[in-house]
Design a protein. Structure first.
Length: 532
């Protein structure tokens, strides 16, 4: 039984997926919400948001992600970072998953990733859960009805949370599996209802495909000056560094909050929506993102709510600290309809330094930018994970190691070439601690961060005096009107300068130890920028 718009010659049975019950192709948001409610997949919240729990998996399962090892990809995959799966094991996994799916209803969304038509990827997502169809419809980009009639999927994702893998049969680590087969253009996801796996599977695909086309895939947010697409900025950063918050500047146009490509014609968003963290979200500090949690068809994941009033508790992390909402870009008033921008004038690398060592902003040379891009530094703080009693460094190369199928230097060299070609100015911005490490100091004032970023993006920061940082060698502004000058020199914010020096030396050593793995693969100028 088939429902909805689909190219008749590209139904699931033509892809070897047969024996299903009802197959619902390309349902719109109201129909998906209705189907999810009928199937008791969640609760209709205030304003028509859809409230769901993802069960035992409240985040990604990176250790259960595998790439099928075939001759075509053997020499291009970063195997130290991507667990292999044998082709025959994948074939068995697919056969067993299709057998498990027999007689059940499935929801199919034909979508594309990439706002630039020259580089877009046509993706089919087959979901056991109706709300997964709603989620991915927000997160990817939606073809029109006429486009659906000729839509041919380049890659297909099959997501079946009720299916449990067998490690002995399927060559995986556990009953949870995410398996990417680049030869068969097929991704299989089992035993996890966390919807972010769908989104990041597509990002991983693009991270593999686009570099071969000379396009830089980036785990970043992006915006541009109103009516000036050529004044584009990108913001790299790991979770918790302010990537979404700082790019959502009402005085600029938002291109996107998480995943972008940089081609010869400029920057383009991979996605059609946002997947924002909601823990401690407030109407005061992030009014537009807060408002989306009460809009029709927004997916609200793993948030505690009052069963009678349906009021959301934004501060309750009892299910997970990784509470999120997924919504279309159109729910943000200053979002770009085209999701396109020019080549970046500024590249900002965000870090949350819980050691209290890094300044709030620093200007990087191109070589220093490569050093910090490959390092991908942020830090965990005490209390975020069991056993963490003091700040711990986190290095995730290219600000997104779990999604990088190729070796880091592939992405590093692409970025290096584009920075040189377009004369980009690069900045390191610390949204972490000042006046001491976590537990002693305080968070960097958001007003100061915004003021410094505004000055960097409008060019006025380039006109102030800079000093050379003695620890990392980058340039730090000495003063900026409206910003406490002491903030710009972290050593001055500590009550004990000797303690700052000791902490700085410790952080420098952490960087150097981590960076040693890249030294055999990088250019001489980047080696010169390395610390050690």
């Amino acid at each position: 039984m088939t429902h909805g718009h689909v190219n008749p010659s590209h139904r699931l049975e033509h892809q070897g997926i047969t024996g299903l019950g009802g197959v619902y192709y390309n349902l719109l948001e109201p129909a998906l919400v209705e189907a999810a409610l009928k199937r008791n997949e969640g609760t209709l919240g205030i304003g028509g948001a859809f409230l769901v729990s993802t069960g035992s998996h409240t985040g990604r399962s990176p250790k259960d992600k595998h790439v099928v090892r075939t001759p075509a990809v053997e020499n291009t995959i970063w195997w130290e970072n991507n667990a292999p799966m044998a082709p025959e094991a994948f074939d068995q996994l697919f056969a067993d998953m299709v057998a498990h799916m027999a007689g059940r209803d499935y929801f199919v969304q034909d979508l594309y990733a990439g706002a630039d038509p020259a580089h877009r990827l046509d993706v089919r997502v087959v979901s056991e859960l109706a709300w997964h169809g709603l989620f991915i419809r927000h997160l990817l980009r939606r073809p029109g009805v006429s486009e659906l009639e000729s839509f041919v999927p380049e890659f297909t994702i099959v997501n079946c949370p009720s299916f449990k893998a067998d490690p002995a049969k399927h060559g995986c680590r556990s009953e949870t599996v995410i398996a990417l087969n680049f030869d068969k253009k097929l991704i299989l996801i089992g035993n996890t209802a966390y919807a972010g796996e769908n989104k990041k599977a597509v990002f991983t695909l693009l991270n593999y495909i686009l570099p071969a086309k000379g396009v830089m895939p980036m785990h970043c947010s992006a915006n541009h000056a109103h009516d000036e697409m050529e004044q584009t900025a990108v913001f790299f950063g790991l979770s918790g560094t302010g990537k979404t918050t700082l790019s959502a500047d009402p005085s600029r146009t938002l291109i996107g909050d998480d995943e972008h490509g940089w081609s010869d014609t400029g920057v383009f968003n991979f996605e059609g929506g946002c997947y924002a963290k909601t823990i401690n979200l407030s109407a005061e500090h992030e009014p537009e993102i807060y408002a989306t949690t009460h809009k029709f068809a927004t997916v609200v994941e793993n948030m505690v709510f009052d069963p009678d009033t349906l009021k959301l508790d934004f501060d309750d992390a009892s299910l997970t600290a990784n509470t999120r909402c997924a919504y279309p870009m159109s729910y943000i008033s200053n979002a770009s309809p085209s999701a396109l921008g020019g080549a970046p004038k500024n590249v900002i690398m965000l870090t949350c330094d819980a050691f209290g060592v890094l300044p709030p902003i620093a200007r990087l040379t191109p070589a220093q930018a490569m050093y910090h891009f490959l390092s991908g530094f942020t830090s965990k703080v005490a209390g975020t994970e069991q056993g963490v009693t003091e700040p711990q460094p986190t290095f995730s190369t290219c600000f997104g190691a779990p999604f990088m199928p190729r070796r880091p230097e592939v992405y590093g060299k692409l970025l290096q070439e584009k920075i040189a070609r377009y004369g980009v100015t690069c900045w390191l911005v610390n949204t972490g601690w000042t006046g001491g490490a976590y537990g002693v100091g305080k968070r960097m004032p958001i007003k100061a961060t915004r003021a410094l970023l505004t000055a960097a993006l409008d060019g006025s920061l380039a006109g102030v005096a800079f000093r050379k940082d003695p620890n990392f060698g980058f340039e730090v502004p000495v003063a900026l009107p409206g910003v406490d000058a002491a903030l710009l020199d972290p050593r001055r914010t500590w009550t004990d300068a000797a303690a700052y020096d000791a902490q700085a030396a410790k952080l420098v050593a952490m960087f150097a130890n981590n960076f040693a793995q890249y030294v055999p693969f990088i250019d001489a100028d980047v080696k010169a920028a390395a610390i050690g």
